[in-house]
Ligand binder design. Structure first.
Ligand code: A3P
Length: 296
């Protein structure tokens, strides 16, 4: 038992909760998920921002917030998690009920569980962001060793094994991303990639704005792009994740590098071979493409 009352699973070297076979972050409890299933009332105007961890969640929130504000700064003093609460961490339904429509709600819960928990026949909008598994693996490694609730000093080599076995929060990257990918043509789902957002932020801003039916002028698109850039977000205390507790020894911040291909600097030759093999096997025939062979 520790202060987060987490599950003790001998082969998983970080605090977590194992709920119905899925590893969750230490702050998510079975009771919260049960409450969600029983009492969450979705609204047709809800905008769900969904992703596997470390895929640019905060970035997505910042873009959506700025699009709603047509590029202007918020007049409230809410950080991104207060603007767009994390579904699996909300204390109770009254908390989320108090948010005015359109609500922006974030979740990493895998597709089938999320839909069962919240859908209840309400056609909410979902914006899903996927990022290539190599960069997610690196980013998640730093996240787990630097965020206080995990209380972990897992080695990189062990972490690579765990990630590839899906023994990390929210399970296998492949299961998570491919389940949303299979639904991407539904009219209420917008499937985006981190890499496209980085290469052409203006196009992503336009896609999101069209999806949530907000007209933006070219100038407004430029303001959104500028205020959601890596450097602008890093210097913005409401957007840089500084409210999330890190360990005293942490050397990284939530906005760490924000680049594509950092996994090349981390994987050993042997790890790279197994990573490529798994990536090719799991994505073959799905049509999903992150262009990762350009980084081999
Ligand atoms: P790195 O650790 O690779 O730098 P999440 O918010 O889902 O936890 O994702 C965090 C990752 O998204 C971090 O990746 C972070 O740097 C990156 N990120 C956040 N905002 C970004 C931005 N404006 N541009 C590029 N990357 C961004």
């Amino acid at each position: 038992m520790n202060q987060y009352q987490t599950t003790q699973t001998t082969d998983i070297p970080f605090n977590h909760n194992l709920i119905d076979g899925i590893i969750y972050e230490p702050l998510t409890t079975k009771q919260q998920l049960n409450n969600l299933k029983l009492s969450f009332e979705a609204r047709t105007s809800d905008i769900f921002l969904s992703s596997y961890m470390k895929s640019g969640t905060l970035w997505n929130m910042q873009m959506v917030r700025l699009i709603m504000l047509k590029g202007e700064d918020p007049t409230d003093d809410l950080n991104l998690f207060e603007f767009c609460p994390v579904l699996e961490e909300i204390p109770n339904n009254d908390f989320i009920k108090a948010y005015p429509s359109p609500r922006c709600i974030h979740s990493h819960i895998p597709h089938n569980i999320l839909i069962q928990s919240i859908n209840k026949q309400q056609p909410c909008k979902y914006i899903y962001t996927a990022r290539n598994p190599g960069d997610v693996m690196v980013s998640l490694y730093y996240h787990i060793i630097s965020r206080e609730p995990y209380n972990s000093s897992v080695s990189w080599d062990r972490f690579v094994q765990l990630f590839m076995a899906g023994k990390v929060p929210y399970g296998s990257w492949y299961d998570h991303v491919l389940a949303w990918w299979a639904q991407k043509d539904r009219s209420n789902i917008l499937f985006l990639k981190y890499e496209d957002r980085l290469n052409d932020p203006h196009a992503t801003i336009r896609q999101i704005a069209d999806f949530i039916a907000i007209d933006l002028t070219e100038k407004e698109v430029q303001m959104v792009a500028k205020k959601s850039s890596f450097s602008a977000m890093k210097n913005n205390r409401l957007a840089n994740g500084s409210w999330m507790k890190r360990t005293p020894n942490s050397t990284t911040q939530h906005l760490r590098k924000g680049i594509i291909g950092d996994w090349k600097n981390h994987l050993t030759t042997e790890q790279l071979v197994s990573f490529k093999k798994q990536y090719n096997e799991k994505t073959q025939g799905t049509g999903i493409d992150f262009g990762i062979e350009n980084y081999y």
